[in-house]
Structure formats: C-alpha cells, structure tokens
Ligand binder design. Structure first.
Ligand code: ATP
Length: 210
C-alpha cells in the first residue's frame, strides 16, 4: 500500500455507503467507529473509562454499557473529548498495524467521522470528504436509526461544519442527491491510482539515482 486515505464526513453524510463502493473496487476499508467498539473490552480502556465516568457506566455483567456511554458523550463535549483521548491512540495504532496487511494495494481507506476534530489528519496522505447538507443527513438518519430529529441533532452538535470539512479535504463527494455518487467515487479512485503509480515511479527513480 502506497497511500493512506481518510474518508470523513458528518453523521449521516453517507460515509458507509461510499466506503462500500470503494470496497467493491477492491480497496480495503477500516471502519474506525466499528473497530473502536472492540477496545471497550480492552482492560486498560475499561479501567480508564470507569476511572473517569464511574462504576455506573458498567452493566450488571461488569462490561461497559455502550448505550449509557453513547448518551453521555452525545450530551457532554468534555466527556466526548475524554473518551476520544482514551480510544484514539488505540485506534491509531490498530489502523497502522492493519494497513501493514495491505502493502500490495495502491491505497487503503480509514472511514472516520472525526478525522479533523481528533487531530488524525497527519495519519493520511489524502482526505476524502462525503458532503451532505445537514437537513438531508438528519432526514436520512431519522429513517435509518428510527429516532427523532431532536436525537439526531443532539448527536450532531459537536461535529465540525460541513463547509469547513470540505475546505480542509483533498477530494469531496457530494451526496446530496444532485450528483450520482458512483461516478464521483470512480473518478477519485482513478486519481488515487495515478498518484500511487507516480509515487512508485518516483521511489524507483530515487533508488536508481542513489
Ligand atoms: P454515520 O456517521 O451515522 O455512521 P454515515 O456517514 O456512514 O453515517 P450512511 O449510513 O452511509 O452515513 O448513510 C446514512 C443513511 O442515508 C443510510 O441509511 C443510507 O442508506 C442513506 N443514504 C446515503 N446516501 C444516500 C443517497 N444518496 N440517497 C439516499 N439515501 C442515502
């Protein structure tokens, strides 16, 4: 693998849908939110969470109560930052180890909602932002998760503005229904393959010059 790509976008913007398209193109995708769940069973993570949030965060079976944890961090930005500071170093290392499995690939993708907010930017060569107006994303999440608009807005309250994410990204996929998504993915895929090939040539000519 020559390139590490971050795939970001706000809640409900369509990251999962887009990453499925990249997967069908044979690109390995690391889903940070999904992977982070396994760390809740890691004893050191569990201890830190209990130390910071109290024993009330455990279920009767003494495992982290994910629902309680989620409702805590959706309403309290300090709690969210604290949880992120516990989980992010683990995810960062796990992603690096995982990426090493794919040295034969042109690029791999990490899907994560908060690449910019978490200071993860330097982990990647390029960032793709999946962009969708908040009102459309809210409607889609209401339908997907069968929750009310107020709950969706609560989840969204600490995320970076969509326009700012677009500005900070190298590629933008518009997922507001105005443009087909698959051609946008194919165009970015093609560009990344070309960048990867050029990088390989540069490395080879650098080695020949040395
Ligand atoms: P989260 O951050 O909550 O994980 P996400 O960014 O991964 O969300 P998705 O789950 O991919 O977003 O998309 C949100 C919902 O919107 C899903 O139900 C998905 O099927 C739907 N959706 C995504 N893109 C479109 C589209 N272009 N047209 C219609 N529905 C869409």
């Amino acid at each position: 693998m020559r390139l590490k790509i971050g795939l970001t976008g706000n809640i409900g913007s369509g990251k999962t849908v887009v990453s499925c398209i990249f997967s069908t193109l044979g690109i390995p995708v690391y889903h940070a939110d999904e992977e982070s769940k396994k760390f809740l069973d890691d004893p050191s993570v569990k201890n830190q969470i209990v130390k910071n949030f109290g024993y009330g965060i455990l279920t009767n079976d003494q495992v982290i109560n994910r629902r309680s944890l989620a409702s805590l961090v959706f309403t309290d930005e300090n709690a969210l930052q604290l949880l992120n500071s516990i989980l992010h170093p683990k995810i960062r290392q796990d992603f690096r180890n995982w990426a090493l499995l794919y040295t034969d690939k042109h690029y791999v993708i990490q899907e994560a909602a908060i690449i910019f907010e978490s200071g993860f930017r330097t982990e990647y060569d390029y960032i793709i932002d999946v962009s969708c107006p908040k009102e459309i994303a809210i409607d889609r999440v209401i339908k997907r998760d069968k929750i009310d608009g107020h709950s969706v807005q609560r989840r969204m309250q600490f995320q970076m503005d969509d326009a700012e994410k677009m500005r900070l990204s190298d590629f933008v996929i518009r997922n507001d229904g105005s443009e087909l998504v698959i051609p946008q993915v194919l165009s970015i895929h093609q560009q990344l393959l070309e960048i990867s090939a050029k990088r390989k040539d540069d490395v080879a000519s650098g080695a020949a010059d040395a």
